[in-house]
Design a protein around this ligand. Structure first.
Ligand code: AMP
Length: 635
């Protein structure tokens, strides 16, 4: 491991020297004066005084050497469409959208909210926004009106770009009614909404003056050339909301120069991905994986990126490997849940296409169990690498790094700390470093490396209070994950330390779901916990106390009421957050000081021992949970 060890050691012991060298992987309009300014911990400022632009580095920079090579390979199995954009064509489109945004008054520092499916136009919008020095906030298309409204109010965008609809499993998800409702709920709606009409939803309404047609605006700017706006390295490039322990999503803010350098270094050393090749992340642009590895990482690295709208099993379970084969994907990134979906299918589908061009399949987002890891590695005959990171960091924290050294895989472990991350496993009780084999909090000694979140949008105090106050006398970043290291230095992730759950690789706050359930007028109180699921990792399960018991007096009424509550969650948060079941009880287990005993509920739901219950207010509440679970098992 000498190669990795030395590389890592240098990144920690000499961050300025190390990152100063990595920074030459991108173009700078003006060189920085200092690699790192850490005079105001825990706020890190990377490449101070340097000026650059993400769009220039992702697009313009490649025109001379690879203008005619593919940049985006759009494949939609939902609308049966395929289209390739070369770097030159991407440049043209981005200039047009940049001109559109300018004509709507968007300039440096303004926010543009993008609520779109994973289609090229969404990526044009992201790149156009950063081209003109504005800040994008992409909201996942599965989020419902109330969540969208909360994000609008926090980001206060000048313009919003959306589409008529997204598609999933052949079903249209109409965006416009959600957008209209969100704008009605919002306190600071944007002046204009640009609608890209895919002609999926033929019934979209337009509000005159506010709503504008993408195609019409586009036609006005066919020959546009919009110069890039050079930004100081630390100026923001985007905001991406993520769930935490409170009901209010946090806007993860990322900078410009550090963001580009962190990502391009990860492409080279973590993914071993090379310019001119094809990279494919099977995520959605609404998540961090989409931002980092559908859009910025591959393009910054001069690669073609597959932009896929679809699921792994339609039109048949060989579709992914067909794409890998046809487009010569060399590095692929997906999630354990997607692989578990494929595992249920006939393995012959995996052998239908020659995938020998695929160097690695990386998986992240949730724990990768050994059986899934073995199954996909054997079926593909290609290396499968587990790696671990979070929205906040924007790129991997723990990984096998074949770009530096090919280290052996240990099942169940995302391997080693990635360069730049001074990773510590700290005992919860006294913040001391844990011994091998001891379960501890996964923490990062600041400064966080380039590319990580720089603050919570509009709320520096929340950034510090949320992430850096887990230990009383120690300023360290908490990942809110439990972890462990073995004698050989392999790391293991052992679940969250907080009330966040992970459903199919998507992070959901149990409090957020509880608030959505409580939006139903007949719900007095509710506890949501995550329970283990063999396909999706975890599923949310709700235990609710109703105000008017007559509404659940019969089994039929109960089922109807449960459905209504689920629909409320769909409307408030989105169907991704819908509890698998809502079980009605008359009492919830709480401590004498009124704190919900979520861990005990979760343990019971998973058939485990609920642990120490001396602080419980009323043991009868636990009996109700037990009975509700027993009822579930019988069904
Ligand atoms: P998100 O910010 O939505 O990507 O979620 C990040 C969280 O997902 C982490 O804090 C972990 O709890 C979990 N996670 C991500 N990757 C892995 C992995 N490879 N193994 C275990 N848990 C993971």
């Amino acid at each position: 491991m000498a190669g990795y060890r030395e590389f890592y050691r240098r990144s920690i012991e000499d961050p300025a020297g190390f990152w100063g060298e990595q920074a030459s992987l991108i173009d700078w309009h003006k060189p920085w004066t200092r690699v790192l300014d850490y005079s105001r911990p825990p706020f890190a400022r990377w490449f101070v005084g340097g000026e650059t632009n993400l769009c220039h580095n992702a697009v313009d920079r490649h025109l001379a050497a690879r203008g005619g090579q593919p940049a985006l390979i759009y494949v939609s199995t939902e609308v049966d469409e395929q289209k390739i954009y070369t770097f030159r064509e991407l440049h043209t489109e981005v200039n047009r959208v940049a001109a559109m945004l300018r004509s709507l008054g968007v300039s440096k520092g303004d926010r543009v909210l993008i609520y779109m499916p994973t289609i090229p136009e969404a990526i044009f919008a992201m790149l156009a926004t950063v081209r003109i020095g504005a800040i994008h906030s992409v909201v996942f298309g599965g989020f419902a009106a109330a969540s969208l409204a909360a994000r609008i109010d926090d980001a206060q965008p000048k313009v919003m770009i959306t589409a008529d609809a997204g598609m999933r499993m052949g079903k249209a998800i109409r965006y416009k009614p959600l957008v209209d409702e969100a704008l009605r709920l919002s306190r600071s709606p944007p002046r204009n909404v640009v609608i890209f009409d895919r002609r999926i939803d033929r019934s979209i309404s337009r509000s005159p003056g506010r709503d504008l047609d993408y195609a019409e605006l586009h036609a006005r700017h066919m020959d546009a050339q919009v110069p890039v706006v050079w930004l100081e390295s630390n100026e923001p490039s985007y905001i991406l909301y993520t769930s935490g322990t409170t009901g209010r999503a946090k806007g993860v803010q990322r900078d410009t120069g550090g963001h580009a350098v962190g990502l391009v270094a990860s492409m080279k050393y973590v993914y071993d991905a090379r310019p001119g090749e094809t990279y494919w992340a099977t995520s959605d642009i609404g998540w961090v994986v989409g931002h980092s590895y559908i859009v910025y990482g591959p393009l910054l690295n001069g690669m073609a990126s597959v932009v896929y709208e679809g699921v792994p099993v339609r039109p048949d379970p060989a579709i992914w490997w067909k794409i890998v084969h046809e487009h010569k994907v060399t590095v692929m990134f997906s999630s354990p849940t997607a692989i578990r979906v494929l595992k249920k299918q006939d393995p012959a589908y995996l052998r239908k296409y020659d995938v020998s061009n695929l160097r690695y399949l990386f998986l992240a987002g949730e724990p990768l169990d050994e059986s899934t890891h073995r199954w996909i590695a054997d079926a593909l005959g290609r290396p499968v690498i587990d790696h671990y990171w979070q929205t906040e960091t924007g790129w991997p924290i723990l990984a096998g790094m074949p770009g530096i050294e090919k280290t052996p895989v240990k099942y169940g472990s995302p391997s080693f700390p990635v360069f730049g991350y001074d990773l510590k496993l700290l005992r919860e009780s006294d913040a001391a470093e844990a011994a091998p084999g001891e379960k501890a909090v996964v923490a990062i000694e600041p400064p966080l490396p380039p590319g990580c979140m720089t603050t919570v949008w509009g709320d520096d105090e929340r950034f510090v209070n949320t992430y850096f106050t887990s230990f009383r006398d120690k300023l360290v970043y908490s990942t809110f994950d439990w972890g462990m290291r073995d004698e050989q230095g392999y790391h293991y992730i052992l679940g969250r330390t907080d009330d966040v759950i992970n459903v199919a690789g998507h992070r959901l706050g149990t409090r957020e779901i509880e608030e959505a359930v409580q939006a139903h007028p007949n719900i007095a109180e509710v506890a949501v916990v995550g329970v283990a699921d063999s396909l999706k990792g975890q599923l949310p399960l709700a235990f609710a106390v109703v105000k008017d018991g007559s509404r659940i007096a019969t089994p039929e009424a109960c089922a109807a009421h449960e459905k209504e509550v689920m629909e409320t969650v769909d409307k408030q948060l989105g169907a991704i957050a819908r509890p698998a079941r809502v079980l009605f009880v008359t009492l919830l287990p709480k401590t004498r000081s009124g704190k919900l005993l979520r861990r005990a509920i979760q343990a019971l739901a998973e058939g485990r021992d609920p642990g120490d219950l001396t602080s419980i207010e009323d043991p009868g509440a636990l009996e109700q949970i037990r009975a509700a679970i027993a009822g579930l098992r019988k069904e």
